[in-house]
Each structure stands twice: as C-alpha cells, then as structure tokens.
Design a protein around this ligand. Structure first.
Ligand code: SF4
Length: 262
C-alpha cells in the first residue's frame, strides 16, 4: 500500500480504541513524556506537575454499570494499572467485561499486577475478550529509568508479557514511544515477538517538545539524543526492515514520515 494512503487522522491511543475508561488522576510511573500529565496540568489545571505521581481515584472507580460497545474498550489511557490501584482496576474491568465488551488492557506492566489479572479472568473464562498491550520502548534499564522512572524495568515487562502469553491471553506490544532508533527496535522485537499473538506497534515519541519539560537541561540532552536516533533516514531503515512482518503496525508518527518519501 502506498504510504500516502496509510495516513490516519487519529494519533496516540485514539488509533487503538474508540472507547476508553479511566478511573484515576495521576500516575506513579511518572514518565517524562506523559501526555496525560500535560493535559491535567496545562489544559485542565487539575494538578501541579510535581504532584502527578499521586494517584487519586475518580468517581469512575465506583462504577457499577458500563454499556455494551461494538468495539473494544481500552483500559486505561490516562493513568496506569499500578499496584496501588490494582484492586480498583480489577473491579472496574469486571464491570466492563460483564456487559460483554472486549477489553484492550494497556499498561507498562508490573509482574505482580499481570499475575493477578491473568488469574482473575480465567474463571469465568474471559480470555477471548481480553488483549494485553504492554509498552516496551527499549531494553535498556538506564534509558527506561530516565524516561519512565516509576515504571517497571524492561526485563520485568517482558516477564509479564510471557506470563500473559503462557496463560492463553491475546498479547501485543507497543513500542511507542520507541526510546531509540533502529537498533533499539530490532532488540525489542527480538525479545518480544515469541510472546506476541497479535501486533507490535512502532511509533515515535508524540509531540515531544510539548510534553517533555524542556526547561530541564537533562531533558534537553536526552531529547536531542533521541531525535538523532529517529531521523527520517533511521525511520525509513526501520520501515524497510519490518514492513513485511505481519505483526508490525505503524503508528501515525511513523506513517507521517513515510508519506514524505513513499
Ligand atoms: S504510564 Fe502512562 S499515564 Fe503513567 S506516567 Fe507514564 S505515560 Fe503517563
């Protein structure tokens, strides 16, 4: 397919699901590129940036009903499923699933969280209604610790992926944002593809200068390093390498580059 026809208007998590459910404001993963924090702080003035790590349940956490949707419901999209709010997330997932909905669970997975979730939805068996999508943008603990300081390290995320796969769930991986270039994508792909039943999504960091605090010198240095690894040339190299892999899906941040050249 010509790349020009691949352009989607949607971006970010909207490329994955029409319906999303969130039950919390704040996220202890505290990623430096978190668009949800940017929305909460700058757009809605709900939080001070430094306070984003405080996880506060919203009224949605008490929901007892959810409508049946035609398309899968993504949970969550503006926070994560951390150990602090795990049981609240399990309860809300039960409510969404009880209405017959398929659910896309998107997380930087804690192993203990995934162990709990996979156990929960085996009896009654909801495995065909659930797809796990785990964000793994690098295998480097150093890079992960910098960009996603409160999140599990890549090795723990891969262990969680294996647990979900071996428990018989549908599994996918998001390499958005990829935290490097060609080598990073190749390494992550090699580490995960054995445990992926569905898709691997590849995308650049979205709206990088808007979401990352560019007043911090350390961020300036790391953003420059990241940009140097995600030049159009590098993106085209990644595309050439993986374009025939049926698992691979391109996020809009990559498609935009392809449309310039293909
Ligand atoms: S895990 Fe998601 S919601 Fe949490 S800080 Fe990171 S990007 Fe934001």
């Amino acid at each position: 397919m010509a790349a020009k026809k691949m352009v989607r208007k949607l971006s970010g998590t909207k490329e994955w699901a029409e319906h999303t459910v969130n039950i919390c404001t704040g996220c202890s993963h505290n990623c430096r590129y978190c668009y949800a924090r940017q929305y909460a702080v700058k757009r809605f003035s709900r939080r001070e940036s430094a306070d984003w790590v405080r996880e506060e349940l919203t009224q949605k956490a008490s929901m007892t009903k959810y409508p049946a949707r035609k398309n899968p419901v993504m949970f969550p999209s503006t926070h994560d499923i951390t150990p602090n709010i795990l049981e609240d997330c399990v309860r809300v997932l039960r409510v969404i699933l009880a209405a017959g909905n398929e659910v896309l669970i998107v997380t930087k997975p804690h192993l203990a969280v995934v162990e709990r979730l996979v156990k929960e939805f085996v009896k009654p068996d909801r495995r065909d209604m659930i797809e796990f999508r785990f964000t793994i943008g690098t295998l480097s603990p150093t890079l992960s610790k910098f960009w996603e300081p409160g999140a599990p390290l890549p090795s723990e995320r891969i262990a969680a992926l294996k647990v979900a796969y071996e428990a018989g769930y549908k599994t996918s991986v998001s390499m958005e944002p990829m935290l490097g270039g060609f080598d990073t994508v190749s390494e992550v792909m090699a580490a995960v593809q054995e445990y992926v039943t569905e898709t691997v999504w590849i995308g650049k960091m979205h709206r990088i200068s808007a979401v990352v605090d560019m007043d911090l010198r350390e961020n300036q240095i790391m953003v420059a390093a990241l940009k140097s690894k995600q030049t159009d040339t590098e993106i085209l190299k990644i595309y050439q390498m993986f374009k025939d892999n049926p698992m691979v899906k391109w996020k809009n941040t990559v498609v935009k580059v392809l449309t310039k050249y293909c």
